[in-house]
Design a protein around this ligand. Structure first.
Ligand code: ADP
Ligand code: ZN
Length: 625
């Protein structure tokens, strides 16, 4: 699948002489301080440097930015990057400037003076990269400005924003199809982490990139551990996860509604976790301030709706937790992909329960759009449910969704603690016949809670009130525990063998229910393992701030003093800590303890500019340890 898998060329070794590497590779070493290209980066970069158009599909954290940044540095002129992420442009530009790349941006947040300055730099050929909000291109003066300069390439970032059915759709992106009419000789590279066949095709046609070379990278993110747990007390479950495995780590918690964002953030703060809310209902100033704190401070937890996250390239997000069922596998994968861009171990954790299914189905039933649209939404939820209820490797299933074949990954909950499948035909029949009896004998409908109580023979107030203990099905299900009945109901819903209705989530039969009731169809179910997988032992015992995993004990104090130096430096310059150096880079410095500048320069992530700027300080910090 991956272009890299079929690429017969060996990777060029680090430090190879100039004749061994291309100009692109030299830029990779010198500017970015990296050893070698990842996956298909080299191929993409070579293609664009040579003037070709490209459509790049790569997962979040796969390394898309270099695919246009390096060609922009190699080719003559300024690389124009179209991006919808206005709030992040300053950070992106700061990060590039820290590397010694001459970058600037034009968007609506600037005043006239700032804009003039960037325009002058552009015209004087003093920029390598210019970031533009898409709406800028609709302004004739911007187009005239671009026509007066030399453009090396157009990069269209977050290219899925052109897809009309996606929730990130930006009408301004539609106008980007005209770029190549105005600049026929300038190569265009469109990039996205959204990768289903349908989105891919839509991007290609709307941006007129059918003739471009398409690069589809592997979507695997092996350092992310995927886990899906049955939901019972989600906030407590989350807190447990954070305390046991992610104390002091930065992470994102996704909730469906604004109200649950607020409540969850409050709950975490009350329990000693530094958490901030983010949703579209907050005023823009608070939103921007919270986003800035998340990016700048270490160990912040952002509790957010899906309004948060696109383009957040904070490399050290250690976990992404979902407290509600995402609407599609595509969205889920994109959201979870925000964890672990630095390649260090990270967790994607989702809690999911019956109520999620009820809620999603209700949202679909009341959504705008025609039947075809609703069917599409339904199919998305079904794929998500299938992922939740699979007894197979989560990653195999996720990658299959993106058309990629793979084997069991060893780094997801079902691989670590295999779930069994069991024949649930009899319990399914018992549950379905309870629904039938309520309807036939009482003309009533009830939700899963009441039905479970009836099956378990519980004389609750509500059971007595409705005289349900007189039903013949009362108490016929004592072989399963309550949680197991919930799981049965959830899985019947997931398999379409039962449906929910109305505001109260009452259960009703579907067309397929009859086959189960009539014994013509058996029902295989997932049995939750006794204990949820815990993959990272020992982290739980650490006190205070967590350090990235896999750090030898003796390197921990060094790493901590490097981190303190980084925090002070970042604060002084008003940039996020990762703009100075990534955790992974600090870690390598701590482990290798370089004694000279030359040695420090061979650490991944230490390029020419940063070596000159910070080298002495780093060696000093190491020396005092
Ligand atoms: P994407 O835009 O695809 O989500 P990024 O371009 O932000 O991903 O890259 C993810 C991370 O990987 C960044 O921290 C980047 O610096 C790092 N990275 C990218 N390419 C390489 C490489 N060839 N070697 C080392 N690190 C890389
Ligand atoms: Zn697996």
């Amino acid at each position: 699948m991956s272009a890299a898998d079929t690429d017969p060329r060996p990777e060029t070794p680090a430090g190879a002489g100039p004749e061994a590497g291309s100009e692109a590779l030299r830029v990779l070493h010198r500017v970015f301080g990296y050893d070698s290209f990842r996956g298909s980066q080299q191929e993409i970069i070579d293609h664009v440097v040579a003037g070709g158009d490209a459509l790049v599909l790569m997962p979040t954290g796969g390394g898309k930015s270099l695919c246009y940044q390096i060609p922009a540095l190699v080719r003559k002129g300024v690389g124009v990057v179209v991006s919808p992420l206005i709030a992040l442009m300053q950070d992106q530009v700061d990060a590039l400037r820290a590397l010694g790349v001459r970058a600037g941006f034009l968007n609506s947040t600037q005043d006239l003076d700032e804009r003039r300055l960037v325009e002058a730099e552009f015209l004087a050929g003093e920029l390598d990269l210019l970031y533009l909000a898409p709406e800028r291109l609709r302004v004739e003066s911007t187009v005239r400005l671009l026509e007066r300069g030399t453009i090396s390439l157009f990069a269209i970032d977050e290219a899925h924003c052109v897809a009309q059915w996606g929730h990130d759709f930006r009408p301004d992106y539609l106008a980007l199809s005209a770029l190549h009419e105005r600049w026929p000789d300038v190569p265009r590279i469109a990039l996205t982490a959204t990768a289903t066949e349908a989105t891919h095709a839509e991007i290609a046609s709307r941006l007129r990139l059918q003739d471009a070379r398409h690069f589809v990278a592997s979507f695997d993110r092996p350092n992310i551990q995927y886990r899906i747990a049955p939901k019972n007390d989600p906030k407590r479950q989350l807190l447990h996860l954070l305390r046991a495995e992610h104390a002091g780590d930065a992470g994102i918690v996704y909730c469906l509604s604004r109200a649950s964002v607020e409540k969850t953030a409050e709950f975490l703060v009350k329990n000693g976790v530094e958490a901030l809310p983010y949703h579209a209902g907050l005023d823009p100033r608070t939103r921007a301030a919270n986003q800035a704190r998340f990016l700048r401070e270490e160990g912040m937890v952002m509790v957010a709706t899906i309004a948060f996250g696109m383009g957040i390239d904070k490399p050290d997000v250690r976990f992404v937790a979902h407290l509600d069922l995402p609407k599609s596998v595509e969205g889920y994968y994109q959201e979870t992909g925000r964890a672990g861009r630095d390649g260090l171990p990270s967790t994607a954790w989702l809690a999911y329960g019956l109520q999620d299914v009820v809620q999603q189905r209700k949202m679909i039933d009341t959504s705008e759009g025609d039947d075809a649209h609703r069917r599409r939404l339904g199919a998305h939820v079904d794929a998500m449910l299938a992922l939740c209820e699979t007894v197979e490797c989560r990653r195999v299933q996720l990658l299959a969704y993106f058309g990629e074949k793979s084997g069991p990954c060893g780094n997801c909950d079902t691989c670590l603690t295999p779930a069994e499948s069991w024949d649930g035909t009899v319990p399914a029949q018992k549950l379905l016949s309870t629904v039938v009896r309520l309807k036939r004998e009482r003309n009533q409908k009830f939700g899963a809670g009441q039905i479970t109580d009836i099956l378990l023979g519980k004389k609750t107030a509500k059971v007595i009130q409705f005289d349900h203990d007189a039903l013949s099905v009362f108490g016929i299900g004592t072989e399963l525990r309550e949680a197991e009945w919930r799981s049965v109901a959830r899985q019947l819903l997931a398999q379409g063998l039962i449906a929910v209705e109305g505001d109260y989530g009452t259960l009703v039969l579907t067309e397929d229910s009859a086959e189960v009731l009539g014994g013509r169809r058996s029902v295989m179910l997932r049995r939750e393992p006794e204990k949820a997988a815990v993959a990272k032992p020992a982290r739980a015992e650490k006190k205070g701030r967590a350090v990235p995993v896999d750090l030898p004990d003796e390197a921990v104090p060094v790493f901590e003093s490097l981190r303190a130096w980084r925090a002070a430096t970042a604060k002084e310059q008003g940039v996020p800590a990762y703009v100075v150096f990534h955790d992974a880079t600090l870690r390598e410095i701590a482990v290798r303890a370089p004694a000279t500048l030359a040695e420090l320069g061979t650490v991944s992530g230490v390029g020419e500019n940063k070596l000159a700027k910070y080298g002495e300080q780093i060696l000093e910090t190491l020396g005092t340890e």
